[in-house]
Ligand binder design. Structure first.
Ligand code: EPU
Length: 417
């Protein structure tokens, strides 16, 4: 199993480029199942979850051609409307093929995702939404079997709580349904807007993406399209913290600052200098003193749960007590114990973490438990004195494109073992 070895203390300096967003590329690839024409997607990050989604598409019968960061999907024949357990167990976002497969084939068989390190993460809301569009859904032998042999019918859907992939799944089902679908309490994430942009290029009629009410007029057929995926806002945020925590001077390029306003505001309140020298670039430097600030994770446009672990690493270096409240997932503090092994002073109480600082971090052997927790340990390792060895970095490879190579180019002493 791969590990990272990090010698901390080097300030990061120079330019570091952001890749395409994993969480936008995943639904975009699933959307390719909605048309028989080729769809060309640019800026697809070569990360493990994307390879899993490509395997899912191939399993369904699509041809997937990868040329660098460009991926072409040709789903002229979908013979197998199934997402098997072996693929779903490695990536929960596999449930994103449920909506497109029912819309395209009139049926789908998707393995039920099991538990996850960060929370239970059920997909009951995806299923309830599809049922409201007229699908018959039953769960048997660990699989969700959905059927709509005569096609889906538009409907009013009210999500009980905001779900990102649930919103995306239902949008992809509704674009080929008869009549109008209105999704209330929809997710407003930039990835939802990006999916709507792709589907619109394919001929779908969608209004309101980016707001909490999305209206979709179903069409009979979708066509091929070409689309470039948006910048990864979570990778952007991770690099901003890397610049701040190492007291460096980093230009994070090819990013979209508007997708990260709540996060950037928190960095500034903590005393981090963030400027936008040119459109699409953020420059980050640490001010004279890092101050503790409280954060509560929220759905977009609030502070993203996917940056909570990385922000906690930064707060170990800030003066005062920071209260970090996680509201999206019930078990997303696995990094806290590992940060404590590196010298952090963190107390957990239910969904809150109290981080007292500044504490000197010292390199240690730690274990990555999930994707964003691994990123937080890398950040702590960059700031720590001495050597940090992070085990199980396959978690980080799920969502970051060669993070160690990108960080090494701006001065980090990090290598893969
Ligand atoms: N939920 C339900 N029922 C459902 C769906 C969700 O109860 O049917 C609950 C979840 O258990 C959770 C909350 O609703 O407590 C929100 O979950 P959501 O559905 O929004 O999460 P997701 O769509 O499964 C996406 C990202 C996650 C990110 C969350 C929240 C993708 C592929 N994944 O997951 O990304 O944390 O939204 O923003 O888009 C990551 O990249 O590290 C990651 C975990």
């Amino acid at each position: 199993m791969d590990k990272f070895e990090i010698h901390g203390g080097a300030p990061l300096e120079g330019g570091i480029a952001v890749s395409g967003a994993k969480n936008s590329a995943l639904p975009a690839l699933a959307a390719c199942l909605l048309t028989a024409d080729p769809v060309v997607l640019d800026r697809i990050p070569p990360v493990r979850d994307i390879h899993t989604m490509e395997k899912l598409l191939e399993h369904a019968g699509a041809r997937v051609t990868i040329e660098g960061e460009q991926v072409t999907v040709e789903a002229d024949a979908v013979q197998n409307a199934e997402a098997p357990y072996d693929l779903v167990k490695t990536m929960r976002a596999s449930s994103l093929v449920l909506g497109p497969l029912v819309a395209r084939c009139g049926r789908a068989r998707v393995s039920v995702p099991g538990g996850c390190a960060i929370g239970a993460r059920p997909i009951n809301l995806h299923v309830a939404g599809l049922e409201q569009l007229g699908a018959t859904v039953r769960q048997e032998h660990g699989y969700i079997e959905a059927e709509a042999p005569h096609g889906l019918e538009g409907a009013e859907v009210h999500f009980d709580r905001i779900t990102v992939t649930g919103t995306e799944d239902l949008m992809m089902a509704a674009v080929l349904a008869r009549g109008e679908t209105v999704i209330h309490n929809a997710a407003r994430e930039p990835e939802v807007v990006d999916l709507a942009a792709l589907l619109t290029k394919m001929g779908a009629r969608i209004e309101g993406a980016g707001t909490s009410v999305i209206r979709i007029q179903g069409v009979a057929k979708l066509r091929g399209a070409r689309h470039a995926i948006i910048a990864d806002r979570i990778e952007t945020g991770t690099f901003l913290i890397a610049g701040a925590i190492t007291r460096g001077d980093l230009h994070v390029t090819c990013c979209e600052p508007d997708h990260l306003r709540a996060f950037i505001a928190k960095l500034r309140s903590a005393g981090v200098e963030v400027s936008e020298p040119v459109p699409g670039t953020l420059r980050v430097r640490c001010g004279p003193k890092l101050r503790s600030v409280d954060v509560t994770t929220e759905e977009h446009p609030g502070f993203p749960t996917d940056l909570q672990a990385q922000f906690m690493a930064l707060m170990t270096r800030a003066e005062g007590i920071s209260i970090i409240t996680e509201t999206i997932f019930e078990n997303r503090f696995m990094h806290a114990q590992e940060l404590a092994r590196m010298g952090a002073n963190i107390r957990l109480e239910g969904r809150q973490a109290m981080v007292a600082g500044p504490m000197p971090l010292s390199g240690a052997q730690v274990i990555a438990s999930d994707l964003r927790a691994s990123a937080s340990l890398v950040l702590a390792g960059l700031a720590a004195q001495g050597e940090t060895v992070i085990d199980r970095v396959y978690h980080i490879d799920r969502g970051y494109d060669r993070i160690e190579a990108k960080l090494a180019r701006v001065g980090a002493r990090i290598r893969r073992l």
